[in-house]
Design a protein. Structure first.
Length: 751
């Protein structure tokens, strides 16, 4: 798709400066504000259009276009940017294609398909008169107590950067903004939002600049290099300093060091939070000054910013040139987006609507099929043979599409006038199993789980599909007084009688994931654990399927399940993807992008730990996680042989390091292995992790097929950040580690 060729950079600069010269101070301040449509009435919305507001969020379709059309009546006719939370497809619209959550997409290790999914999402949001998606999320899910792990690509910075860059290309296009369906990507939450102490949402993060440069900045560098047009400032403080007020972060690092040229937008009311939540500014006037001077160009959902900023400039306490800089950045992106041209009326000109069209659903199904991780398969329990007679399907997530969808969908964030049930395809786990069982004349029986999946509540049981009621009812902090729908175990056991296999679909639901939904206990809810133990006690063959937004501490399940599959909020096609693996129609190829702790007390358990722990374990727990990053089983058996890499490499080389290895599918089933490349820097003046993930490649091999594959390791990936904050490649030995479950190792030396 051709980029928007309509204006050169110089023309865009000139036009933006020309527009700026015509704006009054109040019009400039309004232009760098983004307000929530849903939090205003019609009168307020019109007032802000008159003031010349720059952007609205959380409105779509005809309502959005209606206000865009109104801009033509304003003095300067500057179009609005409409923003939306589209983190896993345009999932706030029940008519759209809902992909797996980002943690699920990451388990595919499929960069190309993730990019394609975002191209689809961009096209669908464009058809809803939208221009900006608050995605990709580049937070690292390193403390799984945090409520928003499902939005991340998992624990590894390399994988997050690769998939984040793929998302940016999918949304915007490769390089220039894609003409018809390009949308502004907004990488978030800048930065290290998931690293809060105790996994507490938006709580203080204790990091040095060095650690930021080593772990948390690299994914952002990758999306900046991919041309990302906007970055969202995180809520939290870093070592006590709010990100919103952090000039080093927003200017020195993001602009001067990484070369970011787009605009920085705050998260929801970050500017106001400086006053009322972080007590870092005495009043809104100072907060407004702090936010703008630190490098925030657009202010999300802080209406009082308007008067405050105007007054600070008029009193000479805030230099108008600083406001001008931000206005220019916003205007330039609007010009790049062709918003002053055809895109302004895009909603009126949709020729062939594509919302959840067959082509889009096909890509969703293909991607979802690659997100089912097989964690256990004892004695080849799976795939189920087609000649079994009866399957009993139990558990709260067996037939619960809201758990399959999870956070940042119309279930958890319903916009006004939008229904809370999908209006396109949605296949629950039970739907998927039933459909294959029927074709194979297998009797399958579902025991419905009455009431909510996993929420403790008081009063009557809320409707599991009405997340707002669940959120209102959820009261896990008062479990002793709350109650939970303890299932009728006897009824479940009765329904399991005579079954050749019991499939228990367990996990969490949107009340246990999301903003302000951190957990100190990652065990399965008690009711589910009781159910599993009763079924095992009754002597059944037990297959466990986990549907969650994050890893749980499922030690009992690992030890007692005959087989176990796991998938993170798989979305619309979760049921067919899981059933396909259960019955062997699909060979599982997903790998974990995040480690499962054995116990919450072990956290953090991410794989790339530093050496040096005295004793190397707790006295009451092992050091090892339950399942580690990169793990996943297949029906095929893959063998890696013949690892080759250069023995000696010059430290000053700028060439990629070429690596090759031969992979063989030694089974009688075609399948896909995820070749993973790690290394260990054996001696470094800064202690470095025992293993660093630095490359991956999905390789499909027919039964018995053998192939020599090549992978490249950029020299820059060998660098450490020394205590002078310099990125340096040190001479010495590196141990290369390549494989998929089993690994070959080979040393090379940098000289
Ligand atoms: C929320 C989230 C952010 C989201 C924004 C707009 O509080 O932190 O991820 O994009 O507000 O909905």
């Amino acid at each position: 798709m051709k980029g928007i060729k309509h204006m050169t950079r110089q023309q865009i600069n000139d036009k933006a400066n020309d527009l700026l010269s015509k704006l009054t101070l109040p019009e400039k301040v309004a232009q760098i504000m983004q307000l929530s449509y849903a939090h205003m009435d019609e009168k307020e919305r019109r007032m802000w259009i008159e003031r010349g507001i720059g952007s609205l969020l959380h409105v779509m379709g005809s309502d959005a276009q209606r206000f865009q059309d109104m801009t033509l009546e304003t003095k300067h006719k500057i179009p609005l940017i409409f923003g939306i939370d589209c983190v896993r497809g345009h999932a706030m619209n029940p008519k759209a294609t809902v992909f797996p959550c980002c943690l699920g997409m990451a388990s595919s290790f499929n960069t190309e398909l993730v990019e394609r999914a975002c191209e689809i999402a961009a096209r669908e949001v464009t058809e809803d008169a939208l221009h900006m998606v608050f995605s990709p999320v580049l937070c690292l899910g390193r403390d799984t107590r945090w409520g928003r792990v499902d939005e991340t690509f998992g624990e590894d910075p390399y994988l997050s950067g690769e998939l984040g860059a793929a998302m940016v290309k999918g949304y915007q296009g490769n390089g220039e903004m894609r003409k018809d369906t390009g949308v502004i990507a907004c990488a978030k939450h800048y930065l290290a939002h998931g690293e809060s102490m105790g996994g507490r949402d938006s709580y203080d993060v204790v990091l040095t600049h060095r650690k930021i440069l080593e772990v948390f900045a690299p994914p952002y560098k990758k999306v900046v290099d991919a041309g990302c047009k906007s970055i969202m400032t995180a809520y939290q403080t870093i070592d006590g300093l709010p990100c919103t007020a952090n000039k080093w972060l927003l200017k020195d690092l993001l602009r001067d060091e990484m070369g970011f040229e787009g605009f920085v937008i705050t998260d929801w009311d970050n500017t106001g939070r400086l006053v009322w939540q972080q007590f870092a500014s005495p009043d809104m006037r100072h907060a407004a000054k702090t936010a703008i001077e630190a490098g925030n160009d657009m202010i999300m959902s802080t209406p009082d910013f308007y008067e405050a900023a105007i007054s600070m400039v008029e009193n000479g306490e805030l230099d108008e040139s600083v406001v001008d800089e931000s206005v220019l950045r916003v205007l330039k992106v609007k010009l790049e987006m062709d918003l002053f041209g055809e895109k302004r009326s895009q909603f009126h000109n949709i020729k062939n609507p594509s919302m959840a069209c067959e082509e889009h659903l096909k890509i969703n199904e293909e991607l979802t099929n690659q997100t089912v991780v097989m964690l256990e398969n004892k004695n080849n329990t799976l795939p189920l043979s087609k000649d079994i007679r009866k399957i009993a399907v139990i558990g709260p997530n067996a037939d619960c599409i809201s758990s399959q969808y999870g956070d940042w969908t119309f279930y958890t964030h319903p916009l006004p006038d939008f229904t809370k049930v999908p209006e396109t395809v949605n296949i629950t786990i039970w739907d998927g199993i039933k459909s294959i069982a029927e074709k194979s004349n297998i009797k399958a029986e579902l025991t419905k789980w009455d009431g909510p999946v996993s929420v403790y509540y008081r009063g009557e049981a809320p409707d599991p599909n009405d997340i707002q009621s669940l959120h209102r009812a959820a009261d896990t902090s008062d479990i002793k007084n709350a109650n939970q729908n303890l299932p009728d175990i006897n009824k479940i056991l009765k329904n399991c009688e005579g079954a050749d296999v019991v499939i228990a679909v367990i996990g969490d639901d949107p009340t246990l994931n999301g903003e302000e939904r951190d957990r100190a206990n990652l065990d399965l809810p008690e009711a589910q654990q009781k159910m599993l133990e009763a079924v095992k006690e009754a002597g059944h063959k037990l297959i466990i399927v986990g549907i969650t937004g994050k890893p749980l501490t499922v030690k009992w399940a690992k030890e007692n399940a005959d087989a176990m599959l796991w998938t993170f909020c798989p979305g619309a096609y979760g049921g067919s993807a899981v059933a396909g693996v259960l019955f062997g129609e699909k060979n599982p190829s997903a790998r974990l992008p995040i480690s499962f702790p054995l116990h919450v007390g072990q956290l953090p358990v991410y794989y790339n730990q530093l050496p040096g722990w005295h004793g190397g374990k707790y006295i009451d727990l092992p050091k090892e996680s339950l399942y580690t990053f990169g793990y996943g089983l297949s029906y095929s058996e893959f063998e890696y042989t013949g690892l080759e890499c250069p023995g000696r490499i010059k430290a000053e080389s700028t060439e990629d390091i070429n690596i090759s290895v031969t992979v063989t599918n030694k089974s009688n089933m075609d399948g896909t292995t995820v070749a993973q490349l790690y290394f260990r820097d054996m001696v470094s003046t800064i202690s470095t992790p025992v293993k660093q993930f630095k490359g991956f490649k999905r390789v499909f091999l027919k039964a018995g097929e053998s192939r020599k594959i090549s992978m490249t390791l950029p020299m820059a990936e060998l660098a450490i950040i020394d205590h002078n904050l310099q990125r340096i490649i040190e001479k010495g030995t590196f141990n290369l580690i390549v494989g998929d479950g089993k690994y070959l190792e080979k040393e090379f030396t940098v000289v």
